[in-house]
Design a protein around this ligand. Structure first.
Ligand code: HEM
Length: 420
C-alpha cells in the first residue's frame, strides 16, 4: 500500500505518530513523491545518515526550504522586494557567503563551531541558572496562585527563551516584542505560512529590521566590548573571531534554533504529562526523575521533527539507491519512536533509557544549545509542576502550531479547579 506523505505538509494533524509508525513499518526509506525527498524513518539508518557529513551534506538546510514553496507573488510586491534589498544592501551578499553554521560541512563547520563553542561551555551555562530562575519567577508572578487561566505557552514557554537569548546577547528589554516578532517571522518564512507569502506577512520587513539591528549592535560591541555573547564571539583577543556577516548569521540562528524549540519542549512536556497522568504521578512522587522526564519528552514529541541533508554522490541507504544531489530527510521524531531502539516506542515512559534519542540531532551538528535548553526546561517544569495536580488542561487536544519543521502547541491553557 502506498502511503501519502509529504515532509512539507503542515496538515499532519494533532497526532502524526500513527502515520510515522506506518512509514517505519513500510521501510527505512520513504520516497516522498510530491517533493522528491527521501525520508529516513528508522533509528539506525537515521544515525548513519547523520554521522556521514561527507556523504550527506548539511547545505541542504539552506536550499531545501525553497522546495515546495508556492509563492503568492504579485506584481505590486516587486517594490517591497526592491525596498528590502535596498535596506540590507550592505550585508546581503556577505551573509549569503558566510552561511549559517547549521548549513556548513567540514572543514568550515568545525572552525566555526570551535569559535561559537566558547560561548556555551558547561561552566558558563551552569552559572546562568540564578538569573534564568529569576526570569521564570518574574514571568509566572502570581498567575499560578490566582484562579484565572494560565496559558503555559503564552505566559511562560514563549517569554522565557526570548528573554534568555536577549540577556545572553546583551540586548535591552525594550526590544523584547521586536525580538519575538523577528524570530516568529523567520520560523514562519522557513516552515510556516510565510513560506508562500513572505511580503504580505511582513517577513521581509522583519528580516531587514533584524539584520540592520544586528549589524549596528555588532559594530557597537566591537568598539565597546561588554560581557555578552556577541562581544565574546567578535573579540579577536579571545582567539579566532567571527566576521560581521558570520556573527549576524549566528545570532539569527540562535533566534530560530533557540526560541521556538525551547518553547515547544516546555509545552510538549507539560502536554505529555496531561496525556499520561500515571507519568505525572511518578514525577510528583520523586523529583529526581526530572531529567528522565525531560529526555523522554525530547524523544517522544520532539520540537524539531525533521532535518535535511543532500547526497554528495550516488549512494544507498539500506539498499535503497540515493542519487547524487538527492535530498534526504532524517525524520528525527519518527526514528525516535523506532521499537528496534526504544522498546514500545509509542509509549511515554519517563523511567526508560532514552540514551541516543535524536531530540537534539546527532553527530557534528548536535545542538549547541542543548544544555541551555535543558536548564530552561528544568527550571520551568520545577516552577509549574507543583501546581499541575490542581490545574486542569482546558483543551484535551490543544491546537498545534502551523509548521512542518517545528512541532508544538500554540496554546496550553491550564485552569484552576479549586473553588474561588
Ligand atoms: C529544546 C530546545 C532545542 C531543540 C529541540 C534543538 C534541536 C536542535 C537540532 C535537532 C539540531 C541539529 C540540526 C541538524 O542536524 O541539522 C540543533 C542544532 C543547533 N542548535 Fe538547537 N535545539 C534546541 C535549543 C537550542 C538553543 C537554546 C540554542 C542556542 C541558544 C540552540 C542552538 C543550536 C545551534 C547553534 C545549532 C547548530 C549546531 C551546528 O550546526 O553545529 N538550540 N538544535
Amino acid at each position: 500500500m502506498h502511503i501519502e506523505f509529504d515532509p512539507f505538509s503542515t496538515h499532519l494533524g494533532a497526532n502524526p505518530y500513527p502515520l510515522y509508525r506506518e512509514l517505519r513499518e513500510q521501510g527505512p526509506v520513504h520516497h516522498a513523491m510530491p517533493s522528491d525527498i527521501h525520508c529516513v524513518t528508522r533509528y539506525e539508518e537515521t544515525r548513519l545518515v547523520l554521522s556521514q557529513p561527507e556523504l550527506f551534506s548539511s547545505r541542504a538546510m539552506e536550499t531545501v526550504f525553497a522546495k515546495g514553496r508556492n509563492f503568492n507573488f504579485k506584481t505590486r510586491h516587486v517594490i517591497d522586494v526592491m525596498r528590502f534589498l535596498w535596506r540590507v544592501r550592505g550585508s546581503f551578499f556577505g551573509l549569503r557567503q558566510a552561511g549559517s553554521i547549521i548549513t556548513l560541512d567540514p572543514p568550515r563547520h568545525g572552525e566555526l563551531r570551535s569559535i561559537v563553542n566558547r560561548g556555551f561551555t558547561p561552566k558558563q551555562i551552569a552559572a546562568w541558572e540564578p538569573w534564568i530562575r529569576e526570569i521564570v519567577v518574574d514571568e509566572i508572578g502570581d498567575k499560578l496562585q490566582t484562579a484565572g487561566d494560565f496559558d503555559a505557552i503564552r505566559d511562560l514557554a514563549i517569554p522565557l527563551p526570548t528573554r534568555v537569548i536577549m540577556q545572553l546577547l546583551g540586548v535591552e528589554k525594550s526590544r523584547r516584542s521586536d525580538f519575538k516578532r523577528w524570530s516568529d517571522s523567520i520560523i514562519s518564512g522557513i516552515s510556516g505560512p510565510g513560506r508562500h507569502n513572505p511580503v504580505e506577512l511582513g517577513i521581509l520587513d522583519s528580516m531587514a529590521e533584524l539584520m540592520l539591528f544586528l549589524g549596528e549592535t555588532i559594530r557597537e560591541r566591537r568598539a565597546t566590548p561588554g560581557e555578552d555573547l556577541i562581544s565574546l564571539l567578535v573579540d579577536p583577543d579571545k582567539g579566532h573571531a567571527l566576521a560581521d556577516a558570520e556573527a549576524i548569521q549566528f545570532v539569527v540562528l540562535l533566534l530560530v534554533a533557540g526560541n521556538e524549540t525551547t518553547t515547544n519542549l516546555i509545552g510538549n512536556g507539560i502536554n505529555a504529562l496531561y496525556d499520561h497522568p500515571d507519568q505525572l504521578a511518578l514525577l510528583l512522587e520523586d523529583a529526581s526523575r526530572m531529567d528522565g522526564f525531560i529526555e523522554e519528552s525530547l524523544r517522544f514529541d520532539p520540537p524539531i521533527q525533521i532535518v535535511f541533508r543532500r547526497a554528495t554522490r550516488d549512494t544507498q541507504i539500506a539498499g535503497v539507491p540515493i542519487p547524487k544531489g538527492a535530498y534526504v530527510a532524517p525524520m528525527l521524531a519518527c526514528a525516535n519512536r523506532d521499537d528496534r531502539k526504544f522498546p514500545e516506542g509509542d509509549r511515554f515512559n519517563i523511567l526508560r533509557d532514552t540514551t541516543g534519542h535524536f531530540g537534539f540531532g546527532f553527530g557534528l551538528h548536535f545542538c549547541l544549545g542543548s544544555a541551555l535548553a535543558r536548564l530552561q526546561a528544568r527550571l520551568a517544569f520545577e516552577a509549574i509542576l507543583p501546581h499541575l495536580g490542581r490545574l486542569k488542561r482546558r483543551d484535551d487536544v490543544p491546537a498545534i502550531i502551523d509548521s512542518f519543521l517545528v512541532r508544538g502547541r500554540s496554546t496550553l491553557v491550564l485552569q484552576d479547579t479549586a473553588p474561588v
